[in-house]
Ligand binder design. Structure first.
Ligand code: ACM
Length: 507
């Protein structure tokens, strides 16, 4: 029943079913993880009988995230070389307890470790603000599936969602819009309903701690230098047309309004990224870099002078230069920058030690590996969960369809790409993208996430030997568990608006 399927599992006859319930016994150094496990299990009556024992075995060869689980009729033993491994074992145990009847565990032996080190999910809280309580719930469901990264897309044209000290207008102005477009980019229908919200730094620190307890790190994204319209609505002087007042964008699509390349814009980026780095301890911080039209730079005397000073052939080359500068700043803070891998003027112009999220076609990911990058594979055709899951009516207004089977068939290592160990070029992992233009509520997100999230978890974690039919069988029972956890929408959600055009794939 387990999703993602363990690397090696041997089922044995019988079960471990102590009369007083499933009790947890913490070996030395495992107290925190033991508390996490106890919180997931039905509360046992106080008894001193056999228990689930957790042990750290530093020289046990489990790898940084692997674990071993041994369940016999007389007890259960979970061992790992590190806390991260124990946490993964806890999620396996959580899935082994039957939903109905007295608490027990099936007898088995599991030796397990992930296929890929980066197993992520992007949640876009910029297009639609999501309540903190839902973020916690979502993080816990990511942990259940052994994801270890929540990529939080915190800023975009339609909203700025993180409080920044010294820049109050970002959240006073930038976090609110008057209404939202209904339907895909280009629609002329608007809903007339104000939308907004933001997280305080304290709330985000609490989320980071909650996620860390579950082995999930939160990787924040500040999308730069494009997708910045909400920040420009707050501080027009950061852009290329300081005299033009822009409201926070109410439409979907790509806005031409981008940051300027003057000292004030860089001071802003440094200020924001320094505070973001302080709130989010993850080694990786995402600086965006996608869909940045450079037309405003082309007509800005200031940007043209900057390009000339840097001896660039074109103002478009300011785009990779900009990202390279921010990468250098984060390196100085001891952090690793990640950006979206783009086509066009940034292609081949980013320093190889910038980690890239390859979101165009899968071939772009392979190209980025060949250029020397560590790559997070996120091709839109397999990992964009804002796309429709089927041709059924009531799915999001996007022409593209990504079915459960499409996700399950996606192989982040297709073509024999190497896995990166975090130092060498190669595939660091994969992640799903949950953009929320058309997902205004947590229930919309739940509908888009499940069960595709389960399929990608398996591609990121499990060895690739299993077939889709076998996965579907396991999924049936798993969906029952997800329902019991309130992970699925209670009733069928509806997505409003007319279909857009398919996203063009780029050669
Ligand atoms: C993206 O879809 N613009 C990364």
């Amino acid at each position: 029943m387990i999703i993602p399927h363990p690397a090696r599992l041997t089922r044995r006859a019988g079960s471990f079913a102590p009369a007083g319930g499933l009790r947890v016994l913490a070996g030395r150094g495992t107290e925190r993880v033991a508390r996490l496990l106890a919180g997931y299990l039905p509360r046992p009556s106080i008894h001193s009988g056999p228990a689930i024992r957790l042990d750290l075995v530093p020289d046990g060869n489990h790898g940084p995230e692997g674990y071993e689980l041994d369940v016999t009729p007389t007890g259960a033993l979970l061992t790992a070389s590190a806390e991260a491994g124990l946490r993964n074992g806890v999620q396996t145990l959580r899935q082994l307890v039957p939903l109905h009847g007295p608490p027990r565990l099936p007898c088995l032996h599991v030796r397990d470790a992930p296929r890929l080190p980066w197993r992520g999910m992007l949640l876009d809280v910029a297009r639609h603000f999501m309540p903190l309580e839902f973020l916690r719930e979502f993080v816990d469901l990511l942990a259940l599936h052994k994801y270890n990264v929540l990529h939080l897309h915190l800023t975009d044209d339609q909203g700025w969602r993180i409080e920044i000290d010294g820049r109050p207008r970002l959240t006073e102005i930038g976090a609110w819009r008057t209404e939202s477009m209904v339907g895909a980019a280009g629609s002329d229908v608007y809903d007339g309903v104000p939308h907004g919200g933001f997280y305080t730094q304290r709330e985000l620190r609490e989320l980071v701690a909650f996620a860390a307890e579950r082995g999930v790190r939160v990787v924040p994204e500040i999308d730069l230098p494009g997708h910045m319209r909400a920040a420009l609505a707050a501080y027009p002087e950061l852009g290329n047309r300081p005299d033009v007042r822009l409201p926070v964008w109410t439409a979907w699509g790509i806005s031409p309004d981008i940051l300027g390349v003057h000292d004030g814009a860089f001071a802003f980026c440094r200020e924001v990224l320094a505070q973001v780095a302080d709130v989010f301890p993850a080694r990786h911080l995402h600086i965006g870099g996608d869909e940045c039209p450079t037309t405003q730079w082309a007509s800005s005397p200031l940007a043209r002078a900057k390009a000339a000073e840097l001896e660039l052939t074109d103002t478009a080359e300011l785009h990779p230069w900009f990202l390279t500068e921010l990468h250098g700043f984060l390196t100085g803070l001891g952090r690793q920058a990640v950006c979206w891998d783009e086509t066009g003027h940034t292609a081949g112009r980013l320093p190889p030690d910038l980690v890239v999220t390859a979101w165009r076609d899968a071939a772009h990911g392979a190209l980025a590996v060949a250029r020397g990058h560590q790559v997070i594979m996120a091709p839109h055709t397999s990992t964009y969960f804002d796309y429709r899951q089927s041709e059924e009516p009531g799915e999001p207004p996007r022409a593209d369809v990504t079915t459960l089977r499409d996700v399950y068939r996606f192989d982040p290592l297709a073509g024999g790409l190497p896995v990166s160990d975090g130092t060498r070029p190669g595939v660091l992992g994969t992640q799903a993208q949950l953009w929320t233009e058309h997902a205004p509520t947590p229930d919309h997100v739940r509908h888009l996430a499940f069960p595709r999230l389960c399929a990608l978890a398996e591609r990121a974690w499990s060895p690739p030997a299993r077939g889709y039919a076998e996965f579907q069988e396991r999924l049936t029972g798993h969906l029952e568990r997800l329902r019991a956890l309130d992970a699925l929408p209670k009733e069928r959600v509806r997505f409003a608006g007319a279909l857009g055009v398919p996203r063009k794939t780029v050669p």
